[in-house]
Write a new protein. Structure first.
Length: 1099
């Protein structure tokens, strides 16, 4: 007798369960494909059922018939981005024969052939035709499976050709990725805990332990196969919830069971993110800073022990109560993936309005001010003339309200392609314009916040965007100088004054130099008065004043040697990658990215191609590729397999071959015969090395175009004009002496500290000064996690920071000579030296992070003191060293992460169509506010993610229209509970409608042709068999609307005539308990059941 299943556990027999999730899967595929079409300027499919037509028709037409190369390239990039599992599915490793006996020459020839085959296999895997072919297979399968499990008597579908082959490849990649994730986990045994998930055992034989998880049986999907397939199209939370409801997957007590869950949820679609505007205030800044301080820098985290890594894992909110805490896989890992200190520093200055007249540079988007057709190669291409729109102001000033009407009319939510020739601005969230680790600023404020969009006729071109000096930076400061800037601001509040004085001081020096009042180094020292180190001034200025003659011949030889070494290194790395087939999923085993190769190649083409000159010996501007031609060559190379025929036309038009200024070695190999881009790249590197070797002992002057040596210039007026017009680059160490003077005179510091600060050299001064000041004045130090033991390599021992320092003091490796440096990365003899340099780099970065964290902490104290006095916090008790992710520790009261703040986030509700499509371009119908009274820094990310849930727009349409919703926010707990209830009731709702369909079709078989059209089926039944029954049109419309919404992971959008039985939620009178949510999901299911019973009673 078959053992009965526990409640809420399902098998393949429960069609309604699979139907519920396959509908979500199909809808996720639909919104992702719609997003890709929108990015490409294509029409979106009208409904979910048409997604296969897009993949099979529209996208195939782009590859086969469309002449728009940029669109083809963008389509490929977007497919790989949003369907990352396709790379594993499309890669077919070449068959390798066993070792053959033969001469050394024959064996070498065989190895070269294997490399060629490997390069071809990798190129074919990323070929857009192959990607679309496989995506078409899985999308078609998704449609047939969804139809079968969504309807009672639908014919069992056939499996698509090679579907299981594709799924097994994705599964193997998932398995390797999870093994990588857990390879250093001390409780996970990579052999024992994954033994049941390895498809093949020794000698490539089928593993009998895997039989339970095989994807197919009798030519159709098993539960395991259907689970893995469906999970490809779900987000992780839905995938996990689904997995825990299927027989055989519910348990997660053993490590092997946990690893099974991880592997089945690892490969997934990347859903497009919703763009929501939010107001960044002092609350959010404070919580954001505290959250950042709790995060471990990634470069340190990766080197910690697995036990220490667990300290940075915190539970994520928003899961069903029935999931046990220890089984919850959704832990937020608190890692810093990037250095956000520059953003915090600039935002802090702007939000608190600390600078009165200095404004930083802000990026407002790209202006496509002229679009026209131009023949490039053999094709008519659209050329876009663009300009990055930059302004100066406080970031909070660039709101949608302040945006001029002219800007609003031209702004489009497109970053990729635009089909018309009308000018437009790509929609961009205003952000600080940091380039090359520098941020520009202007002295004084401007009347105009937004630059003009006026375009003028160009002399030698179709149109010209005029230069406006009001929107050009006066100076640039390194982002690494923001730490001392903020420290000096903390000490004195005079950073702005120092910046302005320094800019004006440098401008005076430049003027004196231009007018020849400064003619020697002594003159410069006198004019400088010791305010800046001489190294802060341009090298060309110093060279002229010192009357130095550079040995350009020697510099040219060194430059060529470096280029040769670079070429050899690139060839070595490529050959290493091609020696064996990558096991996709492993961290360092990936397919060669053709886009990266193409980008490098086209940049190198431009470097080595000389400029043509006219008869007056003036450079001809059009003799090399313009920006559009540059892009097209790059795209054609990236899509080499299908677009290499375009290259000859592009090369000729841009003079890379033929004409008077060809590339010197591009035609030295038969690039037309190359099988793929890797082959092209390999042969190009060979010719590059030969060319460099040939010119090594030649005079440098004819090759200056590619050597790019800095030739001394003597025209002072032109030099100064160039330095000022491009913006003055302020020197590093700008605040060093000012900070030294301030701290030396601070009587609050002890005499030994002041003495050390006075005598400390410039190198490392800021780091030492901040540490000493913080320890002395605040009796505090950096977070404890910076003291954790780490290892430099996987097999190296765990050592504390002091132990690492001691080890390298005793075992410091010998540094290579200049000539030996060329073999650093191609010889094992320098392994210890490279490890030593890696340690030095790590310690330098960690030292920077520690001091930035101290400064960030001082900024949080200032924010708390100035803006949150009502919290009555004792600032002197809060210590940075007490900050710990584990908020349950004994000293929890002193842990800054236990401090809470109220936080309110707005959610705008937009109109929706009858099919549930949200009209984000329309005016919002209302704004609902969500409040968390006690938001901790660790949970702020979860709260912000909550308001991006796609279900909220429909849910909040069931809130009663009220004038002042801001005074009556909904609690975060209430909202989370509502969404949890929705998740658990979704399957029940689908069961109700499937049971209704089953009863109707069993009774009226004549309607079976309408099985796939649920609403039409009900309408036809009523029309033919129940016209005079108690079933109304409203009953049928309600049932269909709820079923449709739940199929798409949504709430239906409220319509008074249709949803009148559902009581609206009143924010001003929230009488129910928070644990009951808003009551909307339960009400929808209750009325759905009631109406389904009415219909059933009339069948």
């Amino acid at each position: 007798m078959e053992k009965p299943l526990p409640p809420n556990v399902y098998t393949l027999k429960h069609k309604f369960f699979w139907g519920a999730f396959l509908n979500i899967a199909r809808h996720n595929a639909f919104i992702t494909i719609c997003h890709i079409n929108e990015q490409l300027g294509l029409t979106t499919p009208p409904n979910d059922d048409k997604i296969a037509d897009v993949v099979c028709g529209t996208w195939n037409n782009i590859l086969n018939n469309d002449h728009d190369l940029l669109k083809k390239s963008q389509l490929t990039e977007l497919i790989l981005k949003h369907f990352p599992f396709l790379a594993a599915m499309c890669y077919h490793p070449p068959k390798k024969e066993g070792k053959k006996k033969g001469s050394q020459k024959e064996q070498q020839k065989e190895k070269e052939k294997e490399k060629e085959n490997e390069a071809q296999s990798q190129a074919e895997a990323l070929n857009p035709s192959e990607l679309i072919k496989v995506l078409k297979t899985i999308v078609k399968q998704l449609r047939t499976l969804r139809n079968y499990y969504s309807h009672h008597s639908h014919k069992k579908p056939d499996t698509e050709k090679d579907i299981f082959k594709h799924l097994y490849k994705a599964f193997d990649a998932s398995l390797r990725m999870v093994k990588e994730d857990y390879k250093a986990h001390f409780t996970v045994n990579l052999t024992r805990d994954f033994a049941h998930l390895n498809r093949k055992g020794k000698n490539k034989q089928d593993n009998p332990k895997f039989d339970r998880y095989r994807f197919e049986k009798d030519g159709f999907f098993t539960e395991s196969g259907l689970l893995f397939f469906t999970n490809l199209f779900l987000d992780k939370r839905d995938a996990y919830w689904m997995l825990k409801k299927v027989s055989g997957f519910k348990a997660s007590h053993k490590q092997s069971e946990k690893m099974t869950t991880e592997v089945f949820c690892r490969s997934r679609i990347l859903l497009p993110k919703l763009r929501l505007e939010s107001r960044y205030d002092h609350n959010q800044m404070l919580l954001d800073m505290l959250s950042e301080l709790s995060r471990c820098p990634k470069l340190l985290y990766e080197k910690l022990s697995e036990e220490d890594k667990k300290c940075f894992q915190v539970e994520a909110d928003g899961f069903l109560d029935e999931i046990e805490e220890e089984q919850n896989p959704f832990k937020d890992t608190l890692i810093r993936h990037q250095d956000r200190f520059p953003y915090f520093a600039l935002r802090y200055l702007d939000l608190n309005e600390l600078f009165t007249s200095i404004r930083f540079q802000v990026d407002l988007g790209t202006y496509h001010y002229c679009i026209y057709d131009k023949k490039i190669g053999d094709e008519q291409e659209k050329r876009h003339l663009t300009r990055t729109l930059l302004s100066f102001g406080r970031l909070q000033d660039f709101t949608e309200i302040n945006r001029p009407q002219e800007w609003k009319a031209l702004t489009k939510d497109l970053d990729y392609n635009e089909t018309s020739k009308q000018p437009f601005i790509s929609k961009t969230t205003p952000h600080y314009h940091i380039t090359d680790n520098k941020i520009g600023f202007r002295l004084g404020t401007s009347k105009e916040l937004y630059p003009s969009l006026e375009v003028k006729d160009g002399a030698n071109r179709i149109a010209k965007y005029p230069y406006n000096s009001d929107f050009v930076a006066h100076a640039f400061i390194s982002v690494h100088e923001l730490l001392p800037l903020m420290f000096y601001q903390h000490l004195t509040g005079k950073s702005e004054d120092l910046l302005k004085e320094t800019v004006r001081h440098i401008q005076r020096i430049y003027k004196d130099f231009e007018e020849e009042r400064i003619n020697t180094i002594e003159d410069l020292e006198k004019a400088n008065q010791g305010r800046l180190p001489l190294g802060a001034f341009p090298k060309q200025m110093l060279g002229l004043l010192q009357n130095k003659q550079s040995d350009l011949s020697e510099k040219a030889k060194i430059k060529i040697e470096k280029l040769i070494a670079e070429t050899k290194l690139l060839s070595h790395r490529l050959n290493t990658k091609l020696k064996s087939s990558p096991k996709l999923g492993k961290r360092r085993e990936k397919l060669i990215k053709t886009g990266v190769l193409a980008d490098w190649l086209v940049k190198d083409f431009m470097r080595f191609q000389p400029v043509a000159y006219d008869i007056q010996n003036q450079p001809i501007e059009s003799s090399k590729a313009n920006s559009t031609e540059f892009q097209l060559i790059q795209r054609a190379l990236a899509l080499y397999g299908g677009e290499k025929n375009r290259l000859e036309g592009y090369f000729k038009q841009t003079n890379l071959i033929g004409n008077t200024n060809p590339h010197p070695f591009l035609n030295k190999f038969n690039w037309k015969a190359c099988r793929n881009l890797v082959d092209f790249y390999q042969q190009y590197l060979e010719q590059r090395e030969k060319f460099l070797e040939a010119i090594k002992n030649q005079p440098w002057e004819p090759y200056q175009y590619c050597l790019l040596l800095k030739i001394p210039k003597e025209n002072r007026k032109n030099l100064v004009k160039g330095w000022e017009q491009g913006g003055i680059s302020l020197p590093r160490g700008l605040f060093t002496e000012a900070i030294r003077e301030t701290l030396s005179e601070d009587l609050m510091l002890s005499k030994p500290i002041r003495k050390e600060i006075k005598k400390h050299g410039r190198v490392g001064f800021i780091s030492r000064a901040i540490t000493l000041y913080f320890k002395e004045k605040y009796q505090d130090k950096h977070q404890s996690f910076y003291n954790l033991s780490y290892k430099l390599e996987a097999k190296a021992p765990l050592l504390k920071r002091e132990e690492h320092y001691e080890y390298w003091q005793q075992n410091k490796p010998q540094s290579p000579t200049e000539s030996q440096r060329l073999e650093l990365h191609t010889s094992d003899r320098w392994k210890d030296y490279l490890l030593y340099k890696r340690w030095q780099h790590l310690e330098k970065k960690l030292r920077l992070y520690r001091n930035q964290d101290i400064m960030l902490w001082l900024m949080t104290l200032e924010l708390t003191k100035n803006h949150f006095k009502e919290l009555n916090l004792n600032y002197h008790q809060l210590k940075l060293e007490n900050l710990a992710v584990n908020v349950q520790e004994a000293d929890a009261k002193l842990n800054p992460l236990n401090q809470t703040l109220p936080m309110v986030l707005p959610v705008k509700v937009y109109p929706a169509t009858a099919f549930g499509e949200v009209q984000y371009q329309e005016t919002p119908i209302r704004t609902v506010y969500i409040r968390e009274e006690h938001t901790k820094a660790l949970k702020m990310g979860n709260f912000k993610a909550l308001v991006k849930d796609r279900r909220l727009n429909g849910l909040f349409s069931f809130i009663k229209e009220e004038n002042d919703t801001q005074k009556h926010p909904i609690s975060q707990l209430r909202l989370r509970r509502e969404l949890e209830i929705y998740q658990s009731l979704r399957v029940d709702a689908f069961k109700e409608t499937l049971d209704l369909e089953e009863k109707l079709l069993k009774k009226h078989t004549s309607l079976s042709s309408l099985e796939n059209k649920f609403r039409i089926l009900l309408e036809e039944w009523k029309k033919e068999y129940a016209a005079s029954s108690m079933v109304t049109d409203e009953h049928i419309a309600f049932i269909a609307s709820v079923r449709n919404a739940f199929c798409h992971n949504q709430y239906p959008f409220y319509e008074e005539a249709l949803h009148a039985p559902i009581p609206l939620f009143t924010v001003a009178q929230q009488t129910t308990e928070e644990k009951d949510g808003l009551g909307i999901a339960e009400a929808l299911l209750r009325v759905l059941r009631e109406y389904c019973e009415i219909v059933k009673s009339q069948i």
